[in-house]
Design a protein. Structure first.
Length: 141
């Protein structure tokens, strides 16, 4: 499974998590029973990391989205923003531009054009605020 597919699978599970009050293991089991979402260690890392840091991630998102309170950001957009920021902050082998590009790519599949522009804008502002980091090899997709 590609890293892109892992991200999309994590996104789908996180979206489901936003609709249900189930533990991650229950969501993983349901996803695998449906048979369309493979749950790998990478998917688990993204899902559990985003869920465990949601409040902190929302605080970061709020600081880059002053015109729109986090509670008013559409659920899909919020999940994509959380995932990208989580990955940038916690998975150093992922280049910042890859995390941003992947979130934008997934948003193009699941959201409206205006939402994609919003996600790109928030993540772009967040990325520009970061200190430069050494990015060795580009992440293979």
């Amino acid at each position: 499974m590609t890293k892109r597919q892992c991200r999309e699978n994590a996104f789908l599970i996180l979206f489901e998590a936003s609709l249900r009050d189930d533990a991650p293991d229950v969501l993983y089991q349901a996803a695998e029973e449906v048979g369309e979402i493979e749950v790998t260690d990478r998917v688990r890392t993204l899902v559990e990391g985003v869920l465990s840091q949601s409040e902190e991630l929302d605080s970061i998102i709020a600081s880059y989205s002053p015109k729109r309170a986090v509670s008013r950001i559409p659920r899909i957009n919020l999940i994509l923003l959380r995932m990208a920021i989580y990955e940038i902050r916690n998975i150093p082998e992922t280049p910042v531009n890859v995390a941003v590009s992947e979130a934008v790519g997934i948003s193009q599949k699941y959201t409206y054009q205006e939402d994609t522009a919003f996600i790109n804008g928030v993540l772009g502002a967040f990325a520009r605020s970061l200190p430069p980091r050494e990015e060795t090899a580009q992440e293979a997709e």
